[in-house]
Design a protein around this ligand. Structure first.
Ligand SMILES: C[S@@+](CC[C@H](N)C(=O)[O-])C[C@H]1O[C@@H](n2cnc3c(N)ncnc32)[C@H](O)[C@@H]1O
Length: 268
């Protein structure tokens, strides 16, 4: 049974759009309610390329996890802002490359928690765990993740399409510093993030209006600041679709169609 068909569990407020469910709607999923679809349609009316953007974001996630597990040999992932289960979740991509990979998922959405069980289906010797927590409480995330991850071995911190939900007043830079500060040398941080740089000012203003929930598009310098003190991997900070995509059989969307930056850095 999908979320559309069953009554919402008490902790779940179906009357207000939630980022995880709205994202699921754009991706063509079934775990969303009328408020999420209305909000998704309103954003699509302002930024018609939104579905291209979310599909490209998932492609980036796949490429980043494959690269980190494959070329970089990472065996542990801390994926904060997990989202509802969809195709190629982080543990599936990582464990395809390295069956022993361990993944801790973190999200603050009650429906993601309900679905967490579906994520905990690692088949190989790897392990998958779920932490119900808010990104703005990094100390708690680190404490709970330590039950599954070994913080003396490299960890890839994944912050994929989540930091743009954290406004300046919640100091997202301090949050990222706390998390990366706990990672041993040789760890990695992968981030994708919505930007205003490729949007007409009136579109950026509408997305910042508060009508579509809390969020903050960031400019290239603001995005790059998340990597202060870390070593950016080639190709550095780039429009999402340009990050290490060597597929020759597709036309990559223009930066205006994703309006997102991506980068991966190494913890020195
Ligand atoms: C746009 S989805 C991205 C999902 C997935 N990372 C991806 O890129 O496909 C954003 C996710 O971040 C979660 N999220 C938003 N704010 C959060 C917070 N403060 N703490 C934890 N999770 C948060 C939402 O619940 C949602 O699942």
């Amino acid at each position: 049974m999908t979320a559309q068909e069953r009554p919402a569990p008490p902790a779940i407020d179906a009357s207000v759009a939630h980022p995880a469910r709205r994202y699921d709607y754009w991706l063509g999923g079934k775990d969303n309610f009328a408020a999420d679809r209305e909000s998704g349609d309103a954003i699509a009316a302002t930024f018609p390329a939104i579905r291209t953007a979310v599909v490209e974001n998932r492609r980036f996630l796949r490429r980043a996890v494959s690269y980190l597990a494959g070329s970089c040999g990472v065996r542990q992932f801390l994926d904060i802002g997990t989202g509802l289960p969809t195709a190629d979740n982080t543990h599936e991509v990582a464990q395809r490359v390295a069956p022993e990979a361990r993944v801790v998922y973190v999200d603050n959405d009650p429906l993601v928690l309900v679905h967490a069980r579906a994520l905990l289906t690692g088949t190989g010797p790897g392990e998958t765990a779920y932490v119900d927590a808010d990104l703005r409480d990094p100390a708690r995330i680190l404490r709970d993740a330590a039950a599954t991850l070994d913080f003396s071995e490299p960890i890839a911190l994944m912050l994929i399409a989540v930091l743009h939900f954290i406004p300046e007043e919640d100091d997202p830079y301090a949050v990222v510093r706390t998390l990366t500060g706990a990672l041993p040398p040789g760890s990695f941080v992968a981030i994708s993030h919505a930007t205003s740089d490729y949007l007409p000012p009136e579109v950026a203003a509408e997305l910042h209006s508060g009508k579509h929930g809390q969020g903050r598009l960031r400019t290239r310098p603001e995005f790059t600041r998340f990597f202060d003190g870390l070593d950016l991997l080639s190709p550095g900070v780039v429009p999402l679709s340009e990050w290490r995509d060597d597929a020759e059989d597709r036309t990559r969307p223009a930066p205006e169609e994703t309006a997102m930056y991506a980068a991966v850095a190494r913890v020195p």
